[in-house]
Write a protein that binds this ligand. Structure first.
Ligand SMILES: Cc1cc2nc3c(=O)[nH]c(=O)nc-3n(C[C@H](O)[C@H](O)[C@H](O)COP(=O)(O)O)c2cc1C
Length: 195
């Protein structure tokens, strides 16, 4: 049995992204595998670094000890086989809360330096974007989002990774409703065939 660590970051249950999360989870459990979830807004995960945390990471120090809430996230990673990020695109990035999660959880001595982070089998990003993919491609924004997540944040911390965007999901776009079921089937299938 394999385990996926799902890092979910959306402020509202009334969202397409929340449905993507649930479809993916159903796929994972239907395949007989397991998951562990961090729901960053619901958990009120703290995403601003303290000065001590900044100095620790910036000076490549192992002291002070990593905070309990960060250790809990790191333990979830090291107890999993794969990591999955599910979020909406906000201002051409992941929500600030997820960006801040990386600031704290990818700490010195865990994600870089003398790494204690396990190399995960897989990484997956499922994100929803209000814009059409074509526009995100033309502006170079898709490429920048992918590079930041895949090349910088995941990098060789995972053996293989995939970045999936569900496009046209803003509420003013009629395609949101039209593609809804199709997208959720894709999310379900990704979960079911993940391992
Ligand atoms: C604050 C905010 C910023 C957003 N910025 C972008 C953006 O830069 N690019 C984009 O394609 N969509 C953007 N969107 C649209 C969301 O990505 C889209 O509405 C969301 O994925 C729809 O799904 P939801 O029901 O899960 O929120 C933004 C939405 C909000 C609320």
């Amino acid at each position: 049995m394999m385990k996926a660590f799902i890092v979910y970051c959306h402020p509202s249950e009334d969202s397409f992204t929340r449905n993507v999360r649930d479809a993916f989870i159903k796929g994972i459990t239907d395949s007989g595998n397991e998951y562990v979830l961090s729901d960053l807004y619901k958990d009120h995960f703290k995403t601003d670094m303290t000065e001590e945390e900044y100095l620790r990471d910036a000076y490549y120090r192992n002291t002070p000890e990593v905070a309990e809430d960060v250790l809990a996230e790191q333990a979830k990673i090291n107890a999993s086989d794969a990591i999955v990020f599910i979020y909406p695109v906000f201002w051409s990035e992941a929500p600030a809360k997820l960006v801040g999660w990386f600031d704290r959880v990818w700490s010195y001595g865990f994600a870089y330096g003398e790494k204690t982070m396990k190399t995960l089998e897989k990484g997956l990003i499922l994100c929803s974007a209000g814009n059409p993919l074509e526009r995100l491609e033309q502006t170079g924004i898709l490429d920048s989002m992918k590079k930041v997540m895949l090349v910088d944040r995941l990098s060789d911390r995972v053996r293989q990774a995939e970045f999936i965007v569900f496009e046209n999901t803003s509420r003013e776009n009629e395609l949101r409703e039209k593609n809804w079921e199709k997208y959720l089937r894709i999310a379900y299938k990704k979960g079911k065939e993940y391992f």
